[in-house]
Write a protein that binds this ligand. Structure first.
Ligand code: FAD
Length: 341
């Protein structure tokens, strides 16, 4: 069989990292990224990019932990290299604070992040409305720079990228041997996945360079995540809302909640509002499927539905998707050698 042609549909953090893993694990493949939008116009560009996992109720915890660990290890190495500032990857320390002690004092990812420990009484004095907290160091991706860095890596490995809206995966069958579906919330329409729903998120990106520590309320709704150039203030979670228009009431609510956690933010400047739709599902859809029409078959690998945690697990799920592409190639090679006999 000639070099397999693989189309990765989608150019958010999931599509770009999946294309990179496929190119790395299968150098003989010809990989293309097809997407109707690229950075800075994807959901991934809106994200805060913090490595604090979201929990997927439909995925075993040990699998989620593995994805997180692989992602953390990969980004930690970048943060510790000369590439760190161009890739927008940096370590950040801070606190997750709770009004009441949570049932689970040790989250499953506590031994993956660095230096996880309960907060001291002295630290808790900074948060008079909170009674319990966890201190740790994690990683953050500055999203547009990280996506541009991934695109640069892809070009360097010979992966081509084209702007194209795919109306039906089947339309790719005559040009590609394997299709990888990384379309995020776009999969709702593209493959009619009714289990996939948007959770609208609004954030503010502000200039407040004196804020160096992250602060996250344990309810996950209010957070302050300092990046290399801007601080992300969040947020909102609106299930089933498809609106991409900023809501001025939500902007005020986010700003007031963040200022009550970090009063110095009252001096923040150049406030920009961003909205994105988290591609949410009970579990990430990471699986092989073979589409078939009139005896013609098209192997597909799905990798979408990362909800609120796509950055936290992207490398782990990309590696698994690349492994599934390897299985598709083995199956295609098996059937082409059988056909020759
Ligand atoms: P997208 O980034 O949406 O990419 C999908 C791609 O597919 C796009 O390029 C799109 O153009 C393309 N596409 C779709 N349909 C088609 C089609 N039919 N044809 C061709 N192309 C198509 N996660 C974290 O881990 N940490 C965080 O701190 C964090 N903060 C967040 C804050 C907010 C406000 C939001 C909204 C999300 C946050 N997330 C965070 C979640 C994270 O952003 C997502 O999980 C992640 O971006 C999903 O990536 P994706 O590549 O699947 O989707």
């Amino acid at each position: 069989m000639a070099a397999p042609k693989v189309a990765v549909v989608g150019a958010g953090v999931i599509g770009l990292s999946t294309a990179l893993c496929i190119a790395e694990t299968c150098p003989s493949c010809s990989v293309m990224v097809l997407s109707d939008q690229f950075s800075p116009n994807t959901t991934s560009d809106v994200a805060a990019g913090m490595l604090i996992p979201h929990t997927y109720p439909g995925t075993p915890i040990h699998v989620q932990k593995q994805w997180f660990k692989e992602t953390f290890t990969y980004l930690f190495a970048i943060s510790n290299s000369a590439e760190a500032s161009e890739a927008g990857i940096h370590l950040v320390s801070g606190w997750q604070v709770f009004k009441n002690t949570p049932k689970e004092e040790l989250p499953f990812w506590s031994d993956v992040v660095l230096g996880f420990r309960p907060m001291s009484e002295a630290e808790l004095q900074k948060f008079p409305q909170h009674r319990f907290g966890q201190a740790f160091t994690t990683l953050k991706c500055d999203c547009p720079p990280y996506l541009l860095w991934l695109e640069k890596r892809l070009k360097a490995t010979g992966v081509q990228m084209y702007t194209r809206k795919v109306a039906d995966l089947w339309e790719l069958h005559s040009e590609y041997n394997i299709v990888v579906n990384c379309t995020g919330i776009g999969a709702h329409q593209l493959v009619g996945d009714e289990k996939l729903f948007p959770v609208r998120g609004q954030v503010l990106k502000v200039h407040a360079p004196w804020v160096k520590n992250f602060i996250r309320d344990g309810d996950g709704l209010t957070y302050i995540y300092p990046g290399i150039h801007r601080v992300t203030l969040g947020g909102t979670r609106e299930k089933e809302s498809w609106s991409l228009s900023p809501d001025p009431g939500a902007t005020k609510g986010i700003f007031d909640r963040c200022c009550s956690l970090e009063p110095s933010l009252r001096g923040a400047q150049d406030i920009k509002v961003k909205v994105g739709l988290r591609p949410s599902r009970q579990c990430v859809r990471l699986q092989r499927e073979v589409l078939s029409q009139g005896g013609v078959k098209l192997p597909v690998v799905h990798n979408y539905g990362h909800g609120a945690g796509g950055f936290s697990v992207h490398r782990g799920t990309a590696k698994e998707a690349a492994r599934l592409v390897g299985e598709c190639i083995a199956a295609l090679q098996g059937s082409s050698s059988r056909a020759k006999l």
